[in-house]
Write a new protein. Structure first.
Length: 193
């Protein structure tokens, strides 16, 4: 499947969570979304501007970080919303093609749920510190052990997704219950002359 065919298939199967998507279709779609994101980010930085380059010094760093965080990004936000369902659908179809259930996509909820848990923990730890005082060693360690696992969970989720996405296609006849059997061609059935 070519790049343009993969994009057309992605939009044609906008909310189709059944069936299968080949590796080339999936990875061309991923490439399309990355390229689209890069183009839209560039346009947004040209239109709304990100100001001068970030300098590594005290207040300038904080001001530049605030400017980057508060810069509007409507184009990438709209693209993310529009492409959410097709991204989920093509991932589900890719999982099916590799012989796995699309329910594996729910693994993404683990880091999100832990992120909510750790946010509550961080707020609790920070609220126990009186204003203007430094964190104690115990409080600092609590914050570290609340935040660090998020990165591990996101990495583990990423590895699982890459593993499933890189798996070769598995046909119905190879035991893949998530795809329909393809009709045997006349070449396979054998012809008599």
């Amino acid at each position: 499947m070519s790049f343009t065919q993969a994009i057309a298939s992605g939009f044609k199967n906008y909310v189709n969570f059944k069936g299968k998507a080949s590796r080339s279709e999936f990875w061309f779609w991923v490439l399309f979304t990355v390229l689209l994101s890069a183009v839209l980010s560039t346009l947004e930085s040209m239109v709304w501007g990100l100001g001068p380059a970030v300098q590594v010094s005290g207040d300038d760093l904080v001001q530049n970080f605030e400017q980057v965080v508060t810069t509007p990004t409507p184009l990438t936000n709209i693209a993310a919303i529009v492409l959410l369902l097709p991204n989920l659908a093509i991932t589900a179809r890719r999982f099916h093609d590799a012989g796995f259930s699309a329910k594996w996509m729910l693994i993404q909820l683990v880091p999100i749920v832990y992120g909510i848990f750790s946010t509550v923990g961080v707020v609790t730890v920070l609220s126990s510190v009186p204003g203007g005082q430094m964190l104690t060693v115990e409080q600092s360690m609590s914050l570290i052990f609340l935040v660090i696992p998020i990165f591990g969970l996101f990495l583990a989720t990423f590895v699982v997704f890459i593993f499933f996405a890189l798996r070769p296609s598995k046909s119905f006849y190879d035991g893949n219950k998530y795809v329909e059997p393809e009709p045997l061609s006349s070449m396979d059935e054998g012809t008599t002359a």
